[in-house]
Ligand binder design. Structure first.
Ligand code: ADP
Ligand code: MG
Ligand code: MG
Length: 210
């Protein structure tokens, strides 16, 4: 149902924006450890543009259409490596969610988005990037698909949160931080951290009674 899709996309993106605004300074500090410190700013700019785009007429009234325009707007507004990468994740997830949302269709859509993400960024597991939170997220979403989309998402977000924390032990091999890799020791990857915050906020919004 169109109107329900429109409300859903607004609810999840607004929850994601709130979480990112609250974490803007922390994400900036994490990115400043071994890179240029702009990740918090880029994420808030990107998410504000994504929410505005999802509310615009071009979004139409479906979840799929809302995520598609949100992804493009995110990439344009956020800039940087993570802007383009998050833009692809959002847009490709939207492209994969044209029909009914089930645990299975959601896992398929996210897998498809992860493939496009890897094609663009060329990161490998263990390179200390967002991918190190995204892969365990996608795996859990698939493993828990039979529990339904909301329960699977919440479990996957928990897994992503643990995985993002665990990136503190990794050495960056992609992105700006790779140049000052030693400095990053003991600190979580900024992109993995923002990803965990985003999917956690979305899980809470999906679980909340309306
Ligand atoms: P920039 O490095 O352009 O300033 P951001 O600071 O917004 O961009 O984002 C940095 C984050 O982007 C990193 O913490 C990492 O998670 C992610 N990232 C950077 N390059 C890649 C890549 N090639 N593949 C996957 N993720 C990447
Ligand atoms: Mg940066
Ligand atoms: Mg930058």
């Amino acid at each position: 149902d169109g109107a329900a899709g429109e409300r859903l996309v607004d609810r999840v993106l607004t929850a994601a924006l709130d979480a990112i605004e609250a974490a803007e300074d922390e994400l900036g500090r994490l990115d400043a450890v071994a890179a240029d410190g702009d990740h918090g700013l880029g994420m808030t700019r990107g998410m504000r543009a994504a929410v505005a785009a999802a509310r615009s007429p071009e979004a139409g009234d479906t979840l799929s259409g809302g995520l598609l325009v949100a992804g493009t707007a995110f990439a344009d507004a956020a800039g940087g490596a993570s802007g383009a990468l998050y833009g692809v994740l959002l847009a490709e997830t939207g492209a994969g969610l044209r029909g009914e949302v089930t645990g299975e269709t959601l896992a398929n859509a996210v897998d498809n988005a992860v493939r496009a993400f890897v094609e663009l960024g060329k990161a490998e597991p263990g390179d200390k990037t967002m991918l190190d939170a995204i892969l365990p997220f996608a795996e859990t979403l698939r493993a828990r698909a039979d529990d339904g989309p909301v329960a699977a998402w919440v479990a996957a977000a928990q897994r992503a949160t643990e995985a993002a924390r665990a990136t503190a032990d990794l050495v960056p091999a992609k992105g700006r931080a790779a140049r000052l890799a030693e400095r990053s020791k003991g600190h979580a990857d900024p992109g993995a951290t923002s990803f965990a915050l985003l999917v956690t906020a979305v899980g809470e919004a999906l679980s909340a009674k309306t």
